[in-house]
Design a protein around this ligand. Sequence first.
Ligand code: COA
Length: 499
Amino acid sequence: MAFPFPILTAEEAADLIAHGATIGFSGFTPAGAAKAIPKALGEKAKREHAAGRDFKVTVLTGASTGRSLDGALAAAEAISFRIPYQSDPTLRKQINSGQVRFADMHLSQVPQVVRYGFLGPVHWAVAEACDLTAGGGVVLTTSVGASNTYLRLAKRVLIELNARHPPYLLGLHDLFEPKDPPARQEIPVYHVTDRIGSPICLVDPNKIAGVVLTDLEDENGAFDEPTLVTDKIGHHVADFLAGEMWDGRIPPRFLPLQSGVGNIANAVLSAMGQNREIPDFEMYTEVLQDSVIPLLESGRCRCASTCALTLSPAAMRHVIANLDFFKGQVVLRPQEVSNSPEVVRRLGVVSMNTAIEVDLGGNVNSTHVMGKTMMNGIGGSGDFTRNAYLSMFSCPSTAKGGKISAIVPLASHMDHSEHSVQVIVTEQGVADLRGKDPHERAQLIINNCAHPDYREQLRDYLKMTKSGHEPLSLSLGLAMHRQFLRHGDMRHIDWEEFQ
Ligand code: COA
């Protein structure tokens, strides 16, 4: 049978999309993100702007994407509103200057919020596929994200058929979309790799406006080399979890791990793999990074459920060359399943995420520098932290060459509250906050996690906050931040100056 959908150039596809459209793009990290059409859409926006016409679109994705999507659209000033997470430098600047409206969302909630109609209609879904059947069967590529929901709900669909990813990725994905309340039932995942849905996404073929043929690599960046600090954090996390198991608080078979994104997360996973006291483990997570691939091959990581394969090009080529093996070990799920609070709590996931700053009460800021400047977003860290068997946050004890302490009296923005955060880890050590009252927590965080340059001044702050259940001074809580903004360094604070 002849291919029933028009084959378009990326430019022709972009021309179909009008100013003001809401577009649900594939992509969860740069993995599986649409590339050719958003890039062409950026060029179209530039032409429209040059001709004196408005051209901006609302961009919905699974999470962050790559330079051809967020990068190209931001450079063309073509984004009016963006959810739910981003990590592109140009887009970040536009968000922080107020040029782009951005709503930071728990990733597990994105598909349902779109289904409920909270964000209005989705005019287009633009998704990358490695195969497409005449009946509208779409095999996604290296992530699922919210693509299945966008493809089902969008009025019209454009597919990027990417030859770089072979059609035999078929079988890696497990697509499941829960019904909405009041008909919602459980998500029946009882083990990390339970398959509960379909390997393909069925799209009404009448909605498919065209197919763009591409041959493009995912645009995942490389990781920084591990440092002494990230190595120390990794080993503290691994040693702590080994201790939890030996003390009987984690079962001997261990529990599934979730690990965040970035350099620290990568170092933590490497350390977990190296620690021989930790038995072979499973992962129930939203992103698999390079460090997990050798762990899967050696059997240290028995199997993994994820939403995206965020791999360097070399690691991706290796996975494709050994796809039969990896299909047996890895399931790619939609973000409302990979990050499902229900499943995370049922499986007893140990969550390991990264903080920008932690306050003495144990509240964590993962998103906003100095309380105002958006870094990336909360991502899936809230989905996992709030529902974890054991929730951990790690970060270096200082940032910007020691001028900023990651341990502060009061977090300047709060993503994860003291009620959800159980263990804090820096290169200095581990603060286990379980079963501690707020003043005990504060002491532990200072003694075990704060950098020595900051311990005394944090202790001085504590002395000034003796009364009350929380160690809080309303006037001095943000004094270390104010000191940084005034003097460029949080050290050597004169508390009197900020009274
Ligand atoms: N004040 C100012 N800047 C800070 C800071 C602080 N307290 N803490 C960190 N930073 C800066 C670092 O200096 C660095 O800046 P640079 O890019 O200019 O060098 C940047 O933040 C990244 O920090 P880094 O130490 O390299 O850690 P990372 O790459 O692991 O990223 C987060 C840390 C918190 C930004 C990142 O993990 C994130 O976005 N987390 C939220 C989402 C999430 O957890 N997702 C996973 C859920 S599954």
